[in-house]
Design a binder for this molecule. Sequence first.
Ligand code: ZN
Ligand code: ZN
Ligand code: ZN
Length: 348
Amino acid sequence: MPICYHCGTQVNQVFKCDKCGQEYCQFHRNPVDHECNIVRESLNFSSTPSYNQIQSSRNQLPSDQQQYGTIQSGYDGNAISSYQSSNANVQGTTDGTFTWYRRENYVPENAFDSESGIEFKGILFPYKSEILHLLVGSILIYVIGLIGFYSPQNQSILNNLGYGWIIFMVAGFYTTAFLFHEFGHRQVAIHFGFQTKFRLLKYGMIITAFGLLTGLVSLITNTPALPSLALPGAVVVLGLDEINRETGLCKAAGPTINLVYGIILLLISFLIPIFPINYFIGIAASLNFMLGAFNLIPIGILDGQNIFKWNKVVYLILAISMVGLLIFNYYIIYLPPESNPYYVYILP
Ligand SMILES: [Zn+2]
Ligand SMILES: [Zn+2]
Ligand SMILES: [Zn+2]
């Protein structure tokens, strides 16, 4: 099947662009939709124009159409951010020939400021400080972690051993696994000059609240907790609008951090000869492999899909090592006490 030169999707029918000669899917057949080189060259924009440049060029437009355009952004969550009243897909005339340009390709400076004119749909408190978003997100993850790891049976055994505090430690590791993942995305995006911030997401918060509720119910009624997802927020990156090296590396950074962090914790768990601390650090390692493996599922909004589209080799290396280590990690944890390395090292 032929593939679209812009997005790489396999389609039944492609359309040849008579300006650049490449073939595109129905969504990218127009020059403006595949950032056709002819269109790009005819523009006087630098690749990252300042907000003032956008303002001045906007004033020169023949008509002031009010249209909606979506900023293509990369994130884990289910949010849609869009300009409220920018001129998307405005047609201008240069030397008698039509040129197209897409307003939303140009993200204004300080897009996360309330004065930027960008309305973020699906994001909670979009203009509040990043510290606040990180704080609320971390606390929610920590509480969900505590509820998830707490079971009365577990707790009585740990209390008898004098290690009742250990679930607070595991919940802490769970929170850092989440935060390190998000900061992986964030720091690589900053490295490439994208505007990025950690943001609480509306749908994510609903899912998290539901998980919190079912967790509390299972705690009170002493029944097994339903599997729940805790994803209160994610790093939002503005301007990741096509699958290229920068997008791929931004997306791969999150799972890669979990892979490295998990390996370090697994090694530490074998080096600490105190049961059950070593055992629970082993569990903390598995949380990283689990989080990484989940985000590598190549569907929808998860990191996996964009990494897979960008570079299949990178994707396979990440996915195979993540799942392999997860299986190995679980295997060790669930070995019977007589052959379990964590139990073997019990101090007298
Ligand atoms: Zn396409
Ligand atoms: Zn073209
Ligand atoms: Zn991610």
